[in-house]
Design a protein. Sequence first.
Length: 192
Amino acid sequence: MPENMETSAEINLKGHLVIIDDDEVLCTRLAKAMEKRGYEVRTAFSVQEGIKVAQEFEPEFAVVDLRLADGSGLEVVDKLREIVEDCRIIMMTAYGNIATAVAAVKAGTVDYLAKPADADMIERALLQTEGEGHPEIPVDPMSADRVKWEHILRVYEMCGRNVSETARRLKMHRRTLQRILAKHAPKEQGSA
């Protein structure tokens, strides 16, 4: 009976996935959520560690943060392409802009997602095939609250997650910023 259980688990395995993000909490949550969806997952928190894990694990899928503590996620994308030519790579960042999106696509990513992206969005992007067409254009623009949150998050990341420095740059009281960050913190429900 245990052999059948192993065979069943192998049949349900969607592939090997490496997640490279220097936000260890986010990385760990996303890894758990993706494991629940049927992926065998390895995590790394830096460029060097990500390259090492990719060489050992040879993943079919990768989720790479654009800004890592020791360098650019684009370096990881280049190495992943050398290690596993057809690896489906998603670039994820809180620093979304057109220039980095273009650079990520040119480097060989299949999609570019803004943080916070949940596990469902990431899986859709990983599994999307070229013939599926373009994503739907939103009917309504982002809400003012969403635009504000994304701006706060971008500045927070830019300040190395330093609440005091972020509050100073945003000309906001530190406690107000702490409340906003706590309110929007990712939940523990299996999505990242």
